[in-house]
Design a protein around this ligand. Structure first.
Ligand code: HEM
Length: 534
């Protein structure tokens, strides 16, 4: 449209109107009623009171008043894009998931990247974990791989999730800090939660300040299960590897970018996709069986552990290409509902207690956030394959069963029926034991992998970790919390612990934290840190 040719009409009070006609539709109410004047409320005389009879005004304001829905309780700030997943080769040997059977098959996908701790309006370059949630609209229902850009997690059991999130979000009395982990509550919780040490090393590393979403890895984190047509099961860890490689900014840059352009990451994704520069990731898998799992000195059900890629290489099985931005941010990116429990036949769960808890949490939270059990009726959440069920009614039901039948079995020869052959069958793993609240001993080594991560970093990266810990802990006002953190660092890398303690002005070095399992000694301590100068 020509912005200089707007066909404006001046009203009685000098206000400007634009009229329908000449190809412009008539403005209507939500009920479809045509609107004559959208600039003035209905009044008794031009200078008189507004009257309640003005249904157009009331409907317009009513709708506006209810525009906001609760932001996600975590991962509130996010940005999404559409694309597709392309299968490289038939993966039938490991899974019966239909979309993974044929080379070259493309399946539509939607991805939402996010930060975790900040509110919806927070800035993009917070030091934080990034969500990497992928919905693949397979022909056997949606598969949601709701992952992060870090392959491990803070806690081993979902029952601790409210605690870690309460601790990282703004402190309840003062309502700050908004999007930083640098505060007493967070570090208090972490220092009392040794299982978080591996994750903390990643969060203090450059991984937590990515250059853009396009330069991040993604991880399913948990051990999942693949099941093939012969009902044979293989354990699997999922990895997304960016075509562009990994890039981060340094803290100094992150702080400046946050001030200058808090939308830096979303703008980057928008501009890349709008200019045809489509970001791409390979989906890789680490595959293993029970025997291989038993050969580790950690537990594959423990989400604070990785399986080193040197030990078990990641095999690529397909690629994800993001090639289209949503038409509407709210309808798609805000209303998309990811749920770990969305799996097609051929993909299943392990007994990881964090995963098991997540499988409850996501469905529950969608009702709160989206307001209706019918959130699957929203186009972004609806499956793209045929679907038939007897669920009905509820708020905003868009599609109820048609005809007489809304139950089964029935005598009327109507409606969908069960399918023992193609239906989802949970893998019949053998499970037995006492009903207990008991963390397995195999989850107790909290330091070895933290140390392994640290020593695998290059000298500049190690220096960044030391600087990040120093900066973050310098914001902690309670000396005992700082010291408790240093006592954990002593179990990870002594040079690192000394460096941080000195920078924090801790004159008397605390003792190393009591470790349930001593960190592995066969890992090389880091020679690199000796070159840290500042
Ligand atoms: C949201 C990842 C652990 C509860 C999210 C999102 C991601 C994610 C990526 C954002 C989804 C989106 O973009 O819409 C993870 C990962 C975890 C983890 C990788 C650990 C490995 C947990 C746990 C719980 C939980 C243990 C609860 C027991 C939630 C909730 C939301 C959420 C309630 C908000 C969902 C929504 O409103 O749409 N998580 N999460 N998460 N997560 Fe997790």
């Amino acid at each position: 449209a020509n912005v200089h040719d707007q066909q404006l009409h001046r009203g009685n009070g000098g206000e400007l109107h634009q009229f329908a006609g000449d190809g412009y539709d008539v403005l209507t109410t939500a009920q479809g009623g045509p609107v004559d004047d959208d600039q003035n409320t209905l009044r008794v005389g031009a200078r008189g009171p507004v009257i309640i009879e003005d249904f157009h005004f009331r409907e317009k304001i009513f709708h506006f008043d209810h525009e906001r829905i609760p932001e996600r309780v975590v991962h509130a700030r996010g940005y999404g894009a559409h694309g597709y997943f392309e299968t490289y080769e038939s993966f039938a040997h490991y899974t019966k998931a239909d979309f993974l059977q044929r080379a070259g098959e493309k399946t539509p996908a939607f991805v939402r990247f996010s930060t975790v701790a900040g509110s919806k309006g927070s800035f993009d370059l917070a030091r934080d974990v990034r969500g990497f949630a992928v919905k693949i609209y397979t022909n056997e229902g949606n598969w949601d791989l709701v992952g992060n850009n870090i392959p491990v997690f803070f806690i081993q059991d979902a029952i601790k999730f409210p605690d870690i999130i309460h601790a990282v979000k703004p402190e309840p009395d003062r309502a700050f800090p908004q999007a930083q982990s640098a505060h007493d509550n967070f570090w208090d919780f972490i220092s009392l939660t040794p299982e978080s040490m591996h994750m903390i090393m990643w969060v203090m590393s450059d991984r937590a300040i990515p250059r853009s979403f396009r330069f991040m890895e993604g991880f399913g984190v948990h051990t999942f299960r693949l099941v093939n047509a012969k009902e044979e099961s293989t354990f699997v860890k999922f990895h997304w590897k960016p075509k562009l490689g990994l890039q981060s900014v340094v803290w100094n840059e992150a702080v400046k970018i946050n001030g200058a352009d808090p939308d830096f990451h979303r703008r980057d994704l928008w501009q890349a996709i709008q200019s045809g520069n489509f970001p791409e990731w390979e989906l890789g898998v680490q595959l293993f069986d029970e025997d291989f799992a038993d050969s580790f000195d950690f537990d594959v059900l423990d989400p604070t552990k990785i399986i080193p890629e040197e030990t078990l290489p990641v095999q690529p099985i397909g690629r994800l290409v993001l090639d289209r931005m949503p038409d509407n941010f709210f309808a798609e990116t805000e209303q998309v509902a990811f749920m770990t429990q969305n799996v097609p036949p051929g993909i299943g769960f392990s007994n990881d207690p964090l995963l098991q808890g997540r499988n409850f949490s996501y469905l529950d939270t969608q009702l709160k956030r989206l307001g209706s059990t019918n959130f699957t009726h929203l186009p972004i959440n609806a499956p793209k394959c045929p679907f038939h069920h007897f669920q009905q009614d509820g708020h905003m039901a868009m599609s109820n069963p048609s005809g007489r039948v809304n139950y089964q079995p029935n005598s009327w020869g109507e409606g969908p029926r069960e399918s023992p052959d193609s239906g989802y069958r949970h893998f019949p793993s053998e499970e037995a034991g006492q009903k207990v609240r008991l963390r397995p001993e195999s989850f107790a080594d909290h330091y070895s992998q933290a140390r392994q991560f640290f020593i695998s970093q290059t000298p500049p990266e190690q220096r960044h970790i030391a600087m990040a810990l120093t900066f973050e802990l310098s914001k902690v006002e309670t000396p005992a919390i700082r010291e408790r953190m240093v006592s954990h660092l002593l179990n990870i890398d002594e040079t690192l612990a000394n460096k941080v303690a000195t920078a924090l002005g801790i004159s008397e070095m605390p003792k190393a934290a009591d470790a349930a399992v001593q960190p592995r000694q066969d890992l090389e301590p880091s020679p690199a840190l000796s070159i840290i100068e500042n």
